[in-house]
Ligand binder design. Structure first.
Ligand code: NAP
Ligand code: HSE
Length: 429
């Protein structure tokens, strides 16, 4: 019997995901030769602190020297799980230039420097895979790049941040305010010590940039994505949504509407019967529309040691198969178009506006005339919760140009009859 080839790999990072990947590769040890015709073996692990005890990991493999890994010609695959821009960017570029294939889960890096990394991989005939960078364990990069490659994809929309979906789910189910739900997410270890990237929508924005680039075959970077977080959502907004038979979700939305790409992250009122409305707690889901496939949805765990490790290990297996069959570097950067990304002012949406206004005749007419003068058509008005001299007014618009809606707001904010603009949200549909 011929000997099973061993493919050596190095892990950069032994934290949440690095530790998970190491463990999954141990679990797969017996079956790997049958699945891949080869065995992948971690031969070095780069960490900052080589003395730190790491459950289930062989401390003899730890090193704090990147150069040792880069110069080791036996290492064929580098698995970057450190996070951040530098030194991850430099290490990946150097690995590719040394002819090593790379797997990464680093969305921050890909959303900013994706083109540079993919161009370098192509130049050196290497694989660069990043399934775990979007929606953790959910397969979405490979489906978009391969299984759905024969489509013109017009829309990718999803819940791609588990922390914020958990917070909004708890606010909806238990009537909590944002700060209480965030505190609960932190207690359970869902929210990071600094939750800014999640709650302000930056994490989701990076994932939207990566998905849009692949779906529309045109580079979209994080700077192109319009981002709003969930910090201003209140229990009152959630209660209004429920009254309208809707829920509020933080959505990442990318559309190719013919005259350019729209890419944004914002909280949105979504009908309860929309498939994404039932995605609860830390789960993620991505909804894709293509001209041939029609609608498709992918759902699962968007974060965590083993779900994310599963996606990383899947990429490692794919590369091992490519090495064994001599077919690495097969799938290059697929951004062969140069489409314009529209500024948010050029996009269309329905809006939900919650106002505190003086409770007297003529107020509603005044507000309606401001909208009318700015080409904004009103679909629905709800008035209630009288509090002293003030009334709470909710206006839901038809589909309007963002620029027209913003122009109306500039006027409304100056009107003495309007005491507070309490909430502005988008409405699906
Ligand atoms: P983590 O727990 O903070 O682990 C990071 C690891 O990288 C640690 O072992 C750390 O070493 C090592 N490291 C960091 N900087 C280093 C440097 N300059 N030199 C050497 N080692 C360095 O991070 P994580 O949660 O596993 O995330 C890793 C990546 O996966 C990130 O890009 C993240 O965005 C992505 N991701 C994570 C998840 C998730 O659920 N956590 C989901 C999807 C994607 P020390 O231990 O010695 O400090
Ligand atoms: N912090 C992210 C989330 C997971 O809450 O979904 C890593 O992408």
């Amino acid at each position: 019997m011929s000997e099973i080839p061993i493919i050596k790999a190095a892990l950069l990072g032994a934290g949440t995901v690095g530790g998970g990947v190491y463990q999954i590769l141990q679990w797969q040890k017996e079956e790997m030769p049958k699945k891949l015709g080869a065995s992948v073996e971690i031969s070095k692990i780069l960490v900052r602190d080589t003395k730190k005890k790491r459950e289930g990991m062989d401390s003899a493999l730890f090193t704090d020297s990147w150069e040792e890994i880069r110069e080791d010609r036996e290492i064929r695959i580098v698995i970057e799980l450190m996070g951040g821009i530098e030194p991850a960017r430099t290490y990946i570029l150097e690995a590719l230039r040394a002819g090593k294939h790379v797997v990464t889960a680093n969305k921050d890096l890909l959303a900013e420097h994706g083109r540079e990394l993919l161009d370098t991989a192509e130049e050196y005939g290497c694989d660069l895979m990043f399934e775990a960078a979007v929606a953790g364990g959910i397969p979405i990069i490979r489906p978009l790049k391969q299984c759905l490659a024969a489509n013109h994809i017009t829309e990718v929309m999803g819940i791609v941040n588990g922390t914020t979906n958990y917070i909004l789910t708890r606010m909806t189910a238990e009537g909590m305010e944002f700060s209480q739900a965030l505190a609960r997410a932190s207690e359970l270890g869902y929210a990071e010590a600094d939750p800014t990237a999640d709650i302000e929508g930056y994490d989701a924005g990076r994932k939207v940039a990566i998905m849009a680039s692949i779906a529309f075959n045109s580079r979209v970077t994080f700077d192109d994505v319009y981002v709003e977080g969930i910090t201003k959502i209140t229990a009152a907004d959630i209660a209004y949504a429920a009254e309208l038979n809707m829920v509020i979700k933080l959505l990442g939305v990318a559309k190719n509407s013919g005259d350019g790409i729209e890419a944004g992250v914002y909280p949105m009122l979504l009908p309860k019967d929309h498939p994404l409305a039932s995605v609860q707690d830390v789960f993620n889901a991505v909804f894709v529309h293509g001209d041939a496939v029609d609608d498709a949805m992918f759902m699962g765990r968007g974060a965590g040691r083993f779900p994310t490790g599963s996606a990383v290990a899947g990429d490692i297996f794919e590369i091992a198969r490519n090495i064994r069959t001599g077919s690495t570097g097969r799938i290059h950067c697929t951004c062969y178009k140069n489409l314009r990304v529209k500024p948010v002012e050029e996009t269309n949406s329905r809006y939900f506006l919650r106002l505190q206004v003086e409770d007297r005749p003529g107020v509603l007419a005044g507000i309606a005339s401001v909208f009318g003068n700015n080409n904004v058509s009103i679909a629905q008005v709800i008035q209630k919760n009288k509090c002293g001299e003030l009334a709470e007014l909710v206006v839901i618009t038809d589909h309007v140009l963002e620029r027209h809606f913003k122009d109306s707001l500039l006027v409304l904010r100056e009107m003495s009859m309007i005491k507070e603009v309490s909430a502005i949200l988008r409405v699906y549909g």
